[in-house]
Ligand binder design. Structure first.
Ligand SMILES: [Zn+2]
Length: 316
């Protein structure tokens, strides 16, 4: 007979338990019933998931909550299982240590450590004094990513790893400009797109690729990147970004690139308000038209701007 779980119709045999009906609708949700979720009837009354389903047409709702009976139920395991969206992650900051070592060996590059565990430790940043110091670690990852094959592989593995964490949609960013002169911009964009396509076919996780211009590079290169990236808009490049050391490298210098990207249908985001103050966020929003701010950790220093961002924009 047919019952409904969160508006989804499922067929269960008469006498089946509510838990079985939930599992039919969503296996992951059913697993949460022992920890972070519970079931209610159509009127919102909590019921035991071990009870038999009622008559045909019964409606049940599964409520996911971090707390139940006063005890915190939000565990790492539960977080891992929940379907998620991730909007801000850097491809060149998300390599598997074992892959880094393989790529380095194949290319004759020296890394700070020789085993995956030691390398993971060596790449961990705990005490960076500023954004510039933190960004130095990217020189290590980028050193092994100067071939199309390496970029394809890390993009593929990245999506596989995200899917394993039950991330259903992810936007991942990197700068094609940091793969020159070894690769052309076209090669540096097509390689990760190929890896992403391969992983999407295997996992079903949806992926948007964001290309980052660099504040520290000449604005002409940003415009060049915007022009090439716009050609790949329908192939998976969803947005244009600006990243890198912030202080002394204002976003407004790159306005032409943002304007080109926006005029050609790309969404625009901008790292701002981390290595510099909230005025940098203001500039990103008002001078170059960013629809989303990256990092933005110093936003709270300007309460009026904070209010404006909450009302009109997004941070991720
Ligand atoms: Zn970022």
């Amino acid at each position: 007979m047919r019952v409904f779980i969160n508006d989804k119709a499922v067929e269960v045999p008469r006498g089946a338990r509510v838990r079985d009906a939930v599992a039919q609708a969503d296996d992951g949700l059913a697993r949460l019933l022992d920890s972070a979720a519970y079931v209610t009837d159509a009127a919102g009354r909590a019921i035991d998931a071990g009870d038999a389903v009622g008559e045909a047409g019964s409606v049940y709702r599964v409520v996911v909550t971090a707390r139940r009976e006063g005890k915190p139920r939000l565990t790492k395991d539960a977080l891992r299982r929940w379907p998620k969206v991730e909007l801000h992650v850097h491809l060149d900051g998300a390599l598997r240590p074992a892959t880094m070592l393989e790529l380095a060996r194949a290319q004759g590059i020296r890394l700070p450590a020789d085993t995956p565990d030691a390398l993971a430790k060596a790449m961990l940043v705990r005490d960076a004094k500023n954004l510039e110091e933190y960004l130095q670690k990217y020189e290590v990852t980028l050193s092994v990513l100067q071939t199309a094959q390496a970029l394809e592989r890390v993009a593929y593995e990245f999506v596989i790893d995200k899917a394993a964490e039950n991330v259903r949609y992810v936007e991942v960013r990197y700068s094609p400009l940091l793969h020159r002169p070894a690769l052309t911009l076209v090669q540096a964009i097509e390689a990760p797109l190929a890896g992403i396509r391969r992983a999407v076919a295997e996992t079903g996780t949806r992926v948007g690729l964001i290309v980052c211009a660099m504040r520290t590079k000449p604005p002409a290169e940003s415009l060049e990147l915007a022009r090439v990236a716009a050609e790949y808009r329908s192939a998976g490049v969803t947005a244009f970004d600006l990243a890198g050391a912030e202080r002394g490298f204002p976003a407004r210098d790159h306005r032409a690139a943002f304007e080109y990207a926006a005029a050609h249908g790309m969404a625009c985001t901008c790292h701002a308000g981390e290595g510099d103050g909230p005025q940098s966020i203001h500039q990103a929003l008002h001078d170059v038209g960013a629809q989303r701010i990256g990092h933005g950790t110093r936003l709270a220093e300007d309460p009026a701007l904070l209010e404006e961002v909450v009302a009109r924009w997004r941070c991720a």
